[in-house]
Design a protein around this ligand. Structure first.
Ligand code: PMP
Length: 364
């Protein structure tokens, strides 16, 4: 039988084996439906039970308050870069962006098309290795929202606490694509949270938006129907055909996270995994180096370089030969990146750390 590798890809990313096996067992016939989830009507009772269970498990995991809608949408997190300004502001409205990496920068640039987007802090000159202290940043008091990317997937920078919008009607909006469901989050601090599924909670094709209900219903007139959150909320994510199979897999992942003890338990495991990897980097005497400031290092995406950069290609290749794949850093930054989402087992990280020590002993 073929063996599974440890997949350190940034997304699409590794999924829990028990989820894949459950999906396999239900692939041909789901429940008593006599058909696959892929073949079902999205309006039939079977699929309705699937999407409703997915939502209720997600609500339990994140303790999502009643006054928030959960939407299962398409178009990736990238579509939300435009949907958010279209839904929350008029073209003349101010919005603020704190940019800690490439994804926040993309969101900022897209928002400029639909409103007055202000870059109130950028980490670009420091190569996106930091998050500022919030009181040193000046905010626009009339901003409709303050946008952050909670975890920059490419640069490995993660918020450990969140800025408070200073304007009385300003809401906090967060792209949580790459740390969604990796730890508990106080949803009530946010106006909107959004996340593509394909890192921590499922396959690509579905994007989850959690939005406070009072923010719905003010979309700009030009808003395409597919980007109008109110339409999706009024229709329980079934305005048109949703990505049914992807939603089903997310549902299996949520069920699995609940069974593992919820997000407190998951956060503990994630901290342990990330700690042994960062320790291996920091204790390598400079052989490996992570450029990110320690207090904001991501528990999900761990970027590092080798002091002898000419060894990086060999490092990545030898890792593959030992069953550890997709360790190459993003093409825009190079180096190595280990993405260690919820579904990466501790054994995978331990194997990587052992390999790093062995590689260093050979090449230091
Ligand atoms: N935001 C973040 C933080 C991401 O990591 C990604 C994908 N790598 C995106 C947005 C874009 O997501 P999508 O490909 O689903 O549009």
């Amino acid at each position: 039988e073929k063996e599974r590798v440890f997949n350190f890809a940034a997304g699409p990313a590794t999924l829990p084996p028990n989820v894949l096996k459950k999906a396999q067992s239900e692939l041909y016939i789901w429940g008593n439906s006599g058909m696959s989830v892929m073949e079902m009507s999205h309006r039939g009772k079977d699929f309705l039970s699937i999407i409703q269970k997915a939502e209720s498990d997600l609500r339990e995991l994140l303790k999502i308050p009643e006054n928030y809608e959960v939407l299962f949408l398409q178009g990736g997190a990238t579509s939300q870069f435009s949907a958010i300004p279209l839904n929350l502001c008029k073209p003349s409205d101010n919005v603020d962006f704190i940019v800690n990496g490439s994804w926040g920068d993309k969101a900022y640039k897209e928002a400029q098309k639909y409103c007055k987007a202000n870059l109130i802090w950028s980490g670009k000159s420091e190569k996106y290795t930091k998050i500022p202290s919030f009181d040193e940043i000046e905010q626009n008091l009339d901003a409709k929202y303050l946008h952050i990317c909670a975890n920059e997937t490419i640069h490995g920078v993660e918020y450990k606490n969140y800025p408070e919008p200073k304007g009385k009607d300003t809401v906090l909006v967060a792209d949580m694509s790459s740390n969604f469901c990796s730890k508990p989050v106080d949803i009530s601090k946010f106006g909107v949270i959004y996340a593509g599924a394909q890192k921590n909670v499922g396959p690509s094709g579905v994007t989850i938006v959690i939005i406070r209900k009072d923010l719905l219903g003010n979309a700009q007139e030009i808003t395409p129907v597919m980007l109008d959150y109110k339409i999706h909320a009024d229709n329980k994510s079934l305005y048109n055909t949703p990505p049914c199979y992807a939603i089903y897999i997310c549902g299996l992942v949520f069920e699995d996270l609940v069974a593992q003890g919820g997000l407190e338990a998951i956060a503990k495991k994630n901290l342990e995994k990330a700690s042994i990897l960062y320790d291996a980097i920091d204790e390598s005497g400079g052989f490996y180096r992570c450029p990110v400031e320690k207090s904001v290092r991501s528990l999900m995406n761990v970027p590092f370089t080798l002091e002898k950069s000419e060894l990086e290609g060999g490092f990545i290749k030898q890792a593959v030969s030992q069953g550890m794949v997709s360790l190459k850093g993003h093409r825009s930054v190079g180096g190595v990146r280990a993405s260690i989402y919820n579904a990466m087992p501790l054994a995978g990280v331990e194997k990587l750390v052992a390999f790093m020590k062995e590689f260093k002993a050979k090449h230091a």
